[in-house]
Design a protein around this ligand. Structure first.
Ligand code: URA
Length: 217
């Protein structure tokens, strides 16, 4: 397990996200030097409550996929590019009382929020040192490979390339000096709203299982 996040990086996130609709703080979880580092988008409501990444409905799907290739929650590192739950504010009518009530549903993090967390994520990656990075869905993929990367095109492909890191001023990205092994995967929530993707996602995970064995040789 990694030690605490560096306080100066946490303070920087706090300053840069002041005024953003973000709540809670769910740390990444798992062993150092794992075969796989799974990178999601941001914690959702369930993760915020229990403080465990991917512990809600999409987490259950994800556990099924990682167990299908012989791994488990305790043998992989699980994190996301944003460590707080992004929410929006919606006023809805209570069905029983007719009163207007405020709801705070999950939302996708903004580019500004992802950049605010970039130095923290860079530190986490450098500390964890996984053999293979597995971005789950477009938010994580584009954080690593840039805005033109698309999960529909790159899912299930083994890549060896430089990734985006926060630049020296932490106001944008630069490419990393070294290359990383990456295999992008659909976000496990994709299965929940598009069951037709399930066979493709299962095939991608089997491919990942084969590729990581080769990388370990
Ligand atoms: N989605 C993510 O990207 N991360 C979580 O922890 C849960 C849902």
């Amino acid at each position: 397990m990694i030690a605490e996040y560096p306080p100066q990086l946490l303070a920087e996130v706090k300053a840069k996200t002041a005024g953003c609709q973000l709540t809670g703080f769910t740390p990444g979880q798992g062993p150092i030097n794992p075969d796989l580092m799974l990178v999601g988008e941001a914690p959702g409501r369930h993760e915020e409550k229990v403080n465990i990444p991917f512990s809600g409905a999409s987490g259950q799907e994800l556990m099924g996929f990682i167990e299908s290739i012989g791994y488990s929650r305790s043998t992989v590192y699980i994190t996301s590019v944003v460590r707080q739950r992004p929410y929006s504010i919606k006023k809805v009518k209570d069905k029983k009382t007719g009163e207007l009530i405020e709801k705070h549903p999950n939302r996708t993090p903004t580019k500004k929020e992802v950049l605010a967390f970039a130095p923290l994520f860079d530190w986490e990656l450098a500390t964890v040192k996984p053999r293979l990075i597995v971005p789950l869905g477009n938010t994580a993929l584009q954080r690593l490979l840039g805005r033109n990367a698309n999960i529909g095109e790159l899912h299930g492909q083994l890549l060896h390339q430089k990734i985006q890191q926060a630049n020296a001023n932490h106001d944008g990205y630069q490419m990393s000096p070294t290359k990383y092994w990456i295999m992008p995967m659909y976000h496990p929530a994709a299965v929940l709203y598009a069951r037709r993707l399930e066979p493709t996602i299962k095939d991608d995970w089997q491919k990942l299982g084969r590729e990581i064995k080769i990388l370990k040789k």
